[in-house]
Design a protein around this ligand. Structure first.
Ligand code: NAP
Ligand code: GLV
Length: 308
C-alpha cells in the first residue's frame, strides 16, 4: 500500500513531507529509491521516465503534480487501463489570475514600450490605452481559464473566451471551437490557457497571428509547444504582433543561446505563473489515494483519450 513520488529534476522532499503531514500512516517512497516497485499502487508524477510506470505491477492511479497532464500522457507506454488524475485547486487559479492580470496591465499601460524607450534614454509619454477599451481573449475556459476570464472582466477589461464547447460565463462573451476566427479577430491581448493536446499543439502560429487585430499582444502561460517560435519571431519583426509575455517554452529551462532571451519585444518568465504548492494540495492527493483504495469515484480524473 505505497505511494511513489516520481519527479526527475524536481525536489520530491516538500511533497513527501506534505503528504506525511496530512497522514503519518502513508507509506511514501521516492523514485528511484523505492523499496519495492511491485508494491506501489499510486504514483504522484511530473515528467516520469518513459516506461517506468510499467514496473509498478500493482499501480491503480497516476496523479499529476500539477494541472497539466501532457507530461504524463506523452509516455507512449503509459498503462491504458489506469486512471489519471490531476490537481485542481483555487490557489492555482488565483495565482494564474495574478500573473495574467499583471501581464495584461504591462501591455495596456505601455510598460513594454517604456522599457524599450528607457534603453534609448527616450523621454516620451504616451496616452495610455483604457482598460475598458482593451479586449482580452482567453483560449481555454477550464478550471483556470474560466476563473481568469471572470476576474479580468471584474477589473474592467472586455473579455472573450474560447473553448471546445461554448460556455456560459457572466460578463464574458464566449465562443465555441468552430468560432476561433471570430474570437481571435477581436483580441487585443490573446491569452493561451489550453491544455497541450494533438489538437492544440502549434495553435499559436502564423495563421492565428494573421487574424489578430493589428499590434495585438500574446500571453502564453499554457505550454511552450502551443507556440510556433519562428512564427512569433516573424510576426514581431513584421509588427503584426506588438509583444509577447511567455512563461512556458518548448525547452525548459530556456537554453542560454535562445533568441527569446534578448528580444526587446518578448518578456520571459521561468514557468512561474502558477506553481503547485505541495502543502496546499496534499489533502486532495491523500483523499484520492483513499478513494482509490476504497473503490470510490476519483476526483479530477482526466479523459485520457481527449488528452485533458
Ligand atoms: P482544463 O480545466 O482541462 O481546461 C481546458 C480548457 O481548454 C477547456 O475549457 C477546454 O474546452 C479547452 N480546450 C481543450 N482543447 C481545446 C480545443 N482543441 N479547442 C478549444 N478549446 C479547447 O485545464 P486548466 O486546469 O484550466 O489548465 C490549462 C493549462 O494551463 C494546463 O493544461 C497547463 O498546461 C497550463 N498551466 C500552466 C501553469 C503555469 O504555471 N504556466 C500552471 C498551471 C497550468 P471544454 O471546456 O469545451 O472541454
Ligand atoms: C504547471 O504548468 C501545471 O501544469 O500545473
Amino acid at each position: 500500500m505505497t505511494i511513489s513520488i516520481v519527479c526527475p529534476g524536481r525536489d520530491p522532499e516538500p511533497w513527501r513531507l506534505a503528504l506525511k503531514q496530512v497522514d503519518r500512516s502513508l507509506d511514501v517512497q521516492v523514485w528511484p529509491h523505492e523499496r519495492a516497485r511491485e508494491e506501489i499502487e499510486f504514483a504522484l508524477c511530473w515528467d516520469q521516465p518513459e516506461g517506468l510506470l510499467r514496473d509498478y505491477a500493482q499501480l491503480k492511479c497516476i496523479c499529476s503534480m500539477g494541472a497539466g497532464v501532457d507530461h504524463l500522457l506523452k509516455d507512449r507506454t503509459l498503462p491504458h487501463n489506469i486512471p489519471v488524475v490531476r490537481i485542481v485547486d483555487p490557489s492555482l487559479a488565483k495565482s494564474m489570475f495574478e500573473y495574467i492580470s499583471a501581464a495584461a496591465r504591462y501591455f495596456q499601460r505601455d510598460l513594454d514600450v517604456y522599457s524599450r524607450q528607457q534603453a534609448q534614454m527616450d523621454w516620451r509619454p504616451h496616452s495610455p490605452g483604457l482598460v475598458a477599451g482593451t479586449t482580452i481573449g482567453v483560449m481555454g475556459l477550464g478550471k483556470l481559464g474560466e476563473y481568469v476570464a471572470t476576474r479580468l472582466q471584474e477589473i474592467g477589461f472586455r473579455v472573450l473566451g474560447w473553448s471546445r464547447e461554448r460556455k456560459i460565463i457572466d460578463g464574458v462573451t464566449t465562443y465555441a471551437q468552430q468560432q476561433l476566427h471570430e474570437f481571435v479577430s477581436q483580441a487585443d491581448i490573446l491569452v493561451c490557457l489550453l491544455p497541450l493536446t494533438h489538437q492544440t499543439r502549434g495553435i499559436l502560429g502564423e495563421s492565428l497571428f494573421s487574424r489578430l487585430p493589428a499590434s495585438a499582444c500574446l500571453i502564453n502561460v499554457a505550454r511552450g509547444e502551443h507556440l510556433v517560435e519562428a512564427d512569433l519571431l516573424a510576426a514581431l519583426e513584421l509588427g503584426q504582433l506588438r509583444g509577447a509575455c511567455l512563461d512556458v517554452f518548448t525547452q525548459e529551462p530556456l537554453p542560454q543561446d535562445h533568441p527569446f532571451w534578448h528580444h526587446e519585444k518578448i518578456l520571459v518568465t521561468p514557468h512561474c505563473a502558477s506553481v503547485t504548492d505541495p502543502a496546499a494540495v496534499a489533502v486532495q492527493i491523500a483523499q484520492n489515494y483513499r478513494l482509490m483504495r476504497s473503490g470510490g469515484v476519483l476526483m479530477n480524473e482526466v479523459n485520457v483519450d481527449r488528452g485533458y
